[in-house]
Design a protein around this ligand. Sequence first.
Ligand code: ADE
Length: 219
Amino acid sequence: MQALSASITGRAIREEKIAVEAVDIRDFTEDKHRHVDDYTYGGGAGMLMQAQPVFAAYESVAARLEKKPRVVYLTPQGVPFTQDLARDFSECGELVLICGHYEGIDERVLEEIVTDRVSIGDYVLTGGELAAMVVVDAVSRLVPGVLHNDESAQDESFAGGLLEYPQYTRPESWHGKEVPEILLSGNHKKIEEWRLKQAEERTRKFRPDLYEKYEANNQ
Ligand code: ADE
């Protein structure tokens, strides 16, 4: 949460373009020792979060919202988080993000409340919090008014299915490397063509998976 108070997300919170609230599932346990986890049926290593406190925490949040929210469970078993999904979430108004801990959450409560299972990549984090912050960050910058005019979200990586072209600022020469001459030419049509070609080359080299999709869409 602290991380969100810095930089662009921090400014967006202060300007009330977005609001982020953390709810501690532990506050909703009926267990006298405040436990929220237990052993898994069927055996196996690790503990599982119980359905009751997760459900109670969700209900307390949902009761304050006007309509049924999208409820996103962060898990390595989810669909990959992409720019398209970030855009989709940014148009939802309200989002509830559920962060698992331990080995996960009792499947029964997930079945009842979760609308989307989302993974931020093929690796396992110790909990869903960092993944939730990634989602909050990527979604926030697509909310109207969050980025100011000079921070446009239009002409960037993944817009159009390509990685972004390389960019340069002053000075013209640095460590013996020159800014590509075309960028100094003032010929906007030529610059646009050059940038598209660079974006295509980069995508083909670094993300052949994306390039294949791009090619299929541009046949
Ligand atoms: N929780 C643990 N690992 C995760 C991942 N890769 N994505 C989303 N949530 C997670």
